[in-house]
Design a protein around this ligand. Sequence first.
Ligand code: SAH
Length: 249
Amino acid sequence: MAPTIKHRSILHTLLGPVGALADGSAQAQSSYARERDALLKELDAMARDTGAETGRPAFSARVMAAMAKVPRHSFVPASYGALAYANQPLPIGHGQTISQPYIVALMTDLLDLGAGDTVLEIGTGSGYQAAVLAELVLRVYSIEIIEPVASHAAALLRKLGYNNIETRIGDGYSGWPEHAPFDAIIVTAATPQVPPALIAQLKPGGRMVIPLGAEGEVQFLQVILKRADGTVSAQRSLPVRFVPLTRGN
Ligand code: SAH
């Protein structure tokens, strides 16, 4: 199961000469830069194509700059280096996936983040989405339930110098009350209903983006808005496919 959107571009892969160069050499770096440029163009085109459904025919310049900056090749397993900038989800081990770049950009854009914001992510996975968020806001808190996945992401984010991300191993269903309330919450695993604790931990005026749907059913990306009086509204966005939000102890 992979976070993805049903769209013709899902089958599009960028298989270039980088295949043999999935390393840190200067040659590989410049090849990655070319592939990243191509990916950014594809994100622009896809935002335009899906704009009527998402309400976002163009992603903000800030979001696109973050997508341009974060080295996705550092977040995919070395064996997938050739596909690091392909617009598709990839396996990261333990049955989990790094989301499709378009979905990362869309979910980030839908959060309408400000530079001073504090964001909670449920489902750290590879750490890629957390890194994109960290480029845009003051502080990111991210929770991952699978211990080795969480440890790997935490070490990688530290190595890459993301000092404004704090990670934790645990069940994100209950959120992270010690750091609440959050300006925005992003859930990168699918669940039939919005976990009540996450609504409670969202600031009035805050936004949550979450894929809602039971396992095996069509899931829809939803944008949840919490009004000043604490009531919430939900807007349905695109059909997506995410791994399920599992429950711990
Ligand atoms: N955001 C990730 C992709 C996430 S895939 C990225 O950028 O790579 C979904 C992740 O959510 C998986 O790693 C899975 O283990 C994790 N997950 C599932 N249920 C969870 C829960 N209850 N709490 C925290 N993490 C959970």
